[in-house]
Design a protein around this ligand. Structure first.
Ligand SMILES: Nc1ncnc2c1ncn2[C@@H]1O[C@H](COP(=O)(O)OP(=O)(O)OP(=O)(O)O)[C@@H](O)[C@H]1O
Ligand SMILES: [Mg+2]
Length: 485
């Protein structure tokens, strides 16, 4: 709505029409008047209208019927009813039938202006929603399930589209919640392997033995408890794609075996003697800087180069803030549909809040905020009160004073010291519950768990728990999950 908003007045009393024309014209609206229902509907068909003021009693037809007709033409067009004294009941009925509001004659000018301003604002939001929905349907603003039209994310679409058909190994790097798994699935879906399995390996937090038996399978009797032979994830993924989530968590000794599979495309089951050949596409994801890990000797450099054939860097959400309205619309539609609620809009104030936050948890965090708002929202609007308090312009973090003594510092050690201290503090604040502590730190639970292990942070014993096991708060995730192509 770049031009002045257009208001259609349908009222048979000339005095009222003239009064409204003068009032609204002075307030910057373009006013179109009609003295009958027929003329009103004709005007509506002929031109753009942003709001209607509709008399409940017209000479040619009942205003309620006209309201119905307008609803049929444009369900989202705000209609404000004008009623004479004594017909308030019908006016109330009209709002139940979808009228935006009503006022009674004689009306106060200010009331009319306020109601109309709200109606036009709503209209603007609805049109904006429509435009966003159109964009959500267009190729330029989505790629499979990945939403976004910013230059940064479109560069990712382009890369996936070009590299997907090959068997080249892919390394996807990005902060938590940036959509690494979505991208991995897009690679699979757009390859000739699409109808073959896509197998996810949650690499984190498993002892090497268990991880390797998951990956490569084992023969009967390979170890105590191996009563039956078992296929590993590599075999299950044959002809398809295997996705290593959090590849940085894989222990060094397993990395060596992985390297061999990538190079030879063959391996042996644990305890086995036969070589098994597989044809798999390998995709790995990481939210840590793998390259830095290779320099620290925590990740094999040769494996890093093998994985890093196609490299996808996913932008953090704060690097593509202009995609937020689109993502919000996408998640609104999704959760509204899931909860079978009526259409809902986000107020401009609420959107401002979402746009002022830096989203450390990226798209996942935004998705959760919208889901919560839809669940808690009663009527048709989501306002700031439904956005969690912490979602706001971030206060600048007050880092402790940095002091460099004459002999210098060991940077890594100082940083690690800080990491330790904050992890311990968060664990303490969370009563030892890692999931809660991870939330406080705005990092993923698996990332926290990994750091706890790396720094060997022991949970402090809580009073009264007696001989609490050392690992009481260390709950590793499952090793692998399977899903069809
Ligand atoms: N561009 C996007 N468009 C739509 N949804 C997205 C997008 N990016 C992420 N999501 C959603 O956010 C959630 C997290 O995405 P995903 O699991 O792919 O992230 P991730 O990078 O693998 O995160 P993590 O490192 O924490 O595992 C999912 O629900 C996903 O559907
Ligand atoms: Mg993931």
């Amino acid at each position: 709505m770049t031009d002045s908003p257009v208001v259609l007045v349908i009222d048979d009393e000339e005095i009222i029409r003239e009064a409204l024309e003068a009032l609204l014209g002075a307030d910057g609206y373009t006013v179109v008047s009609a003295g009958t229902a027929a003329a009103g509907l004709e005007a509506l068909a002929a031109r753009r209208v942003d709001a209607v003021l509709l008399d409940l009693m017209l000479p040619d037809r009942d205003g309620m019927e006209v309201l119905e007709d307008i609803r049929r033409i444009d369900d989202e067009l705000p209609v404000v009813m004008i009623t004479a004294f004594g017909t308030i009941e019908s006016a109330v009925e009209a709002t139940k039938q979808g009228a935006f509001h009503y006022f009674t004659k004689p009306f106060k000018n200010d009331d009319v202006l306020v109601v109309l301003r709200n109606a036009i604002e709503r209209r603007r939001l609805v049109l904006e929603n429509r435009e966003l929905r159109d964009r959500l349907r267009s190729d330029t603003h989505r790629f499979d399930d990945i939403i976004g039209g910013s230059a940064k994310i479109r560069a990712v679409y382009d890369l996936v589209a070009r590299a997907a058909p090959s068997r080249a190994t892919v390394l996807i790097q990005g902060e938590s919640g940036t959509g690494k798994e979505l991208v991995a699935r897009a690679f699979h879906r757009r390859s000739a392997r699409a109808d073959k399995p896509f197998i996810t390996v949650n690499s984190g937090n498993l002892p090497p033995d268990l991880l390797e038996s998951n990956l490569f399978g084992h023969v009967k009797g390979a170890f105590t408890g191996a009563v039956y032979p078992k296929k590993g994830l590599f075999e299950l993924a044959d002809k398809g794609t295997i996705f290593f989530d959090e590849i940085g968590n894989i222990p060094l000794e397993t990395q060596a075996k992985l390297l061999r599979v990538i190079q030879e495309r063959e391996f042996m089951r644990l305890g086995g003697v036969d070589t098994i050949k597989v044809d798999v596409r390998i995709i790995a994801a990481t939210n840590v800087d793998l390259r830095a890990m290779t320099r620290e000797g925590r990740f094999r450099e040769d494996l890093y180069y093998r994985l890093n054939v196609i490299f996808v860097q996913l932008p953090a959400l704060r690097e593509r803030m202009d995609d937020i309205p689109l993502l919000v619309q996408h998640f609104l539609d999704k959760f509204i549909e899931e909860s079978r609620k009526p259409a809902m809009i986000l107020t401009p104030a609420a959107m401002d809040r979402l746009m002022s936050y830096d989203w450390p948890g990226n798209v996942r965090e935004l998705e959760n905020v919208i889901e919560r708002a839809v669940v808690l929202c009663g009527d048709r609007e989501i306002d700031v009160d439904l956005i969690p308090d912490h979602v706001s312009a971030n206060p600048v973090f007050e880092a402790p004073d940095a002091v460099i003594p004459p002999e210098g510092i060991h940077f890594r050690e100082v940083i690690i010291g800080h990491e330790r201290r904050y992890i311990e503090a968060a664990l303490e604040a969370a009563g030892g519950v890692q999931k809660k502590a991870a939330e406080l730190l705005h990092i993923k639970a698996t990332t926290l768990n990994e750091m706890i292990k790396r720094y060997d942070i022991r949970p402090r014993r809580r009073k009264g728990t007696g001989d609490a096991r050392d690992d009481e708060t260390l709950e590793p995730e499952g090793a692998g999950e399977t899903s069809g192509g």
